[in-house]
Structures are given as C-alpha cells and as structure tokens.
Design a protein around this ligand. Structure first.
Ligand SMILES: Cc1cc2nc3c(=O)[nH]c(=O)nc-3n(C[C@H](O)[C@H](O)[C@H](O)COP(=O)(O)OP(=O)(O)OC[C@H]3O[C@@H](n4cnc5c(N)ncnc54)[C@H](O)[C@@H]3O)c2cc1C
Length: 342
C-alpha cells in the first residue's frame, strides 16, 4: 500500500500558495485513484496558517517543522527539515510543488532516503494500476510518461500544470517535529530580497498575458528610420498598464551583441522559444515577430494567441496565431495604451 505525502514550504502568516494548492490537488487525486489516504508536511518559520488553509483538503495527518531557522530557503536547513518530515511520515510517494526552493533539495533528499526524485512533472496518473508521471523533453517538444519501482519516489510538480485545490478554512492538528540544526547548517544567512526594478520582468508566472516583442520593433520602418526609443516607451507603457510578462525573440535579444538598435531592458532571460523558455500564460500577443521558434515552441502552452505583423504573409504568425492583425504594431500598441489609460 502506497503512503502519499504532500511536502511543501510555508510562509509565516500566509495561507497555502497556488503551487501548494496545485500539489494538494494532485496528492488528493492520486490518493483517491489508489484508494488510500494522504498526509501533509510543511516546513517554515510558522506553518499553522498554511496548514489551516488546507484543513479541509481531505489530508489525514499534518506534520510540521517550524522555527526561525526554517524561514528562508537554505539548502542545508531545508534538507534536514524535509528529511525529518518524510521519515516521520513513512511516505512512499512524496508530492512536492516544484518551486525553486523545493527543487533545490529534492535530489539530495532522495539520495538520503535511498529513493528517487523526478522534477518538472506535468502529470501524475494511475494507468493499469501503475503510477505514471509525465514530463516534457527536448525543449518541450516531446512528452514522455514513465513509472519507477524505487521508493520513496519524490515527485516535483511543475507549477501551473494542474488546477489548484480550493483553499479551506479550519484548524489543522499539526504534529510538530523538532529538528536540531548543527552550526554548519546555519552558515548561510539571507539578508534580504532584491527583485528587478521596473515592469520588464520576464518571469511573472501569474500574469494573464505573455507579450512577445520581435526584432521588427527595432528595424527600419516605413519612413526608412528605426524607432527603438519609441518602441521602448510603447512596450514599457503597455507592461506597466497590464502587468503582462515580457517575452522576446532570439533575434531581438541577440541584436545588442551585433551593434544594432536595441531595447535596453531586454536580456536573454526574456527569450522564448527552442533555446529560450516556454511560458504557460493563458494568453499571448506577439508583435513584430516572425520567427518559427517563438511561435511554435515558445507558444506551445499559450492557449489564446494573437499577433500583430505588417506582413499579411507572415507564415508563423498566421499559422500559429488564432487572430493575426495585419497592422503596424507601433500604431496598434499606441492605441491600445491610449484605451488602457481611459
Ligand atoms: C537552433 C536555433 C534555435 C533558435 N532558438 C530560438 C529561440 O529560442 N527563440 C527565438 O525567438 N528564436 C530562435 N531562433 C531564431 C529563429 O529561427 C528566428 O530567427 C527568430 O525567432 C526571428 O526573430 P524575429 O521574428 O524577432 O525577427 P524577424 O524574422 O526579423 O521578424 C521581424 C518581423 O517584424 C515584422 N515587423 C517589422 N516592423 C513591424 C511593425 N511596425 N509592425 C508589425 N510588424 C512589424 C516583420 O514583418 C517581420 O515579420 C533559433 C534559431 C536556431 C537556428
């Protein structure tokens, strides 16, 4: 009989976040498919608030490690906390929200427990009585499904892959476990957080829209001139008003190295596509963008897709977008900004 554990990190005074609720939905579904129960284990400075928001989730038992030492993501202390929690729960299947904090420790955790860990999973199902997990390979072009005999098996679920469970109110009875940290597990100190300033952040997982800018924004326009400064101001205004995620084509981010007009806030972190990222926003808007990779690979998980291109024959925009506006993106986006301001 499998024993299922949802393992996650909690923020002091905060209810379960979306990633934890997604993993809770996965754990609950797996337990129901296997006709067994499931438990929850949390680590953090204060975990009761998050545990309470999962009190009605259907989990049988709650375990927790808490204290000031577990407030911040730190490999040495996080690892000892999650090891104690998994050992206490005696879980054979451990579902973890695949956040950067959790992904950092899962492989070491599986090594300590003589189990296995898999990350970036997009599905956990039961097929012919076997637990089968899926993930994407080769820059998200191929999906593979597999199973493993080793236990404990730690399954890090890619955020955004499944619908989150509804948070519930209640009081969870949490069994607290004491983890004494040796001095060498406390050497790293988190002094604060620094996030990129402005609106051009590429990673905004909760944004509803991915705005992809292509090289056309910096190319010569109908008047024979390039208008990179106008492009910057139009794009930044749009991002400011919509809080959209900013994506770019490879051509646009490569241009800085080629001495061409550039958008100063674009970096390779913004690049979507085969050699960039494959975001999961519900909607996408590509502007001045022709390339195959941003459209075919970068848009793979974008559900509603629109594009603006002056070229009516732009094959990729036409073939991959639900709606193609054949228009000058400078004029279209300036008008959109004007409408957003009202
Ligand atoms: C191995 C490999 C991996 C690659 N990986 C990636 C990747 O990960 N991501 C990626 O993006 N590319 C990648 N590429 C490059 C890719 O093939 C394309 O070259 C690139 O995406 C093209 O970028 P673009 O569409 O911005 O530029 P262009 O092809 O120059 O297109 C510019 C477009 O802007 C339009 N335009 C110009 N002015 C306006 C205006 N005023 N209004 C509206 N439209 C306008 C033009 O009509 C044109 O369609 C890769 C290539 C290789 C070989």
């Amino acid at each position: 009989m499998e024993k299922i554990l949802l393992l996650g990190f909690a923020e002091a005074g905060q209810t379960a976040d979306k990633q934890l609720l997604e993993a809770a939905a996965a754990a609950s579904k797996l337990a129901s498919d296997l006709n067994t129960t499931w438990d929850i284990a949390l680590a953090g400075k204060e975990i009761q608030t998050a545990a309470n928001s999962l009190a009605g989730s259907g989990a049988a038992h709650f375990f927790g490690v808490e204290g000031d030492d577990f407030e911040s993501a730190r490999y040495a202390s996080d690892l000892l906390a999650v090891e104690a929690l998994v050992k206490k729960s005696e879980a054979t299947l451990v579902i973890v929200p695949g956040t950067s904090r959790a992904n950092r420790v899962v492989s070491a955790l599986s090594a300590r427990l003589n189990g296995r860990a898999d990350t970036h999973l997009t599905g956990i199902t039961v097929r012919d009585g076997k637990i089968t997990v899926s993930r994407w390979y080769y820059r998200q072009r191929m999906e593979g499904a597999f199973t493993r005999p080793q236990r404990p098996w730690i399954l890090a679920l890619e955020p955004g892959s499944i619908a989150p469970a509804a948070p519930s109110a209640g009081t969870a009875a949490v069994e607290k476990i004491t983890v004494e940290l040796p001095e060498n597990a406390k050497r790293t100190k988190v002094l604060g957080m620094k996030t990129p300033a402005g609106t051009a952040q590429t990673i905004r997982p909760d944004a509803k829209l991915l705005f992809v800018a292509g090289a056309g924004w910096t190319k010569k326009q109908a008047d024979g001139q390039s208008h990179a400064a106008d492009a910057e101001s139009i794009i930044l205004q749009f991002l400011d008003k919509t809080q959209a995620s900013l994506g770019s084509t490879k051509s646009l981010v490569d241009m800085s190295g080629e001495g061409n007009a550039v958008l100063s806030f674009m970096t390779h972190l913004n690049q979507v596509g085969q050699t960039g990222s494959t975001p999961r926003h519900p909607k996408g808007l590509a502007t001045c963008c022709h390339g195959e990779e941003p459209h075919v690979v970068g848009w793979r998980f974008i559900k509603e897709r629109r594009a603006v291109n002056v070229d009516a024959n732009c094959g990729w925009a036409r073939g991959k977008a639900d709606v193609l506006y054949v228009a000058d993106a400078f004029a279209v986006m300036a008008k959109v900004n004007e409408l957003l301001s009202k």
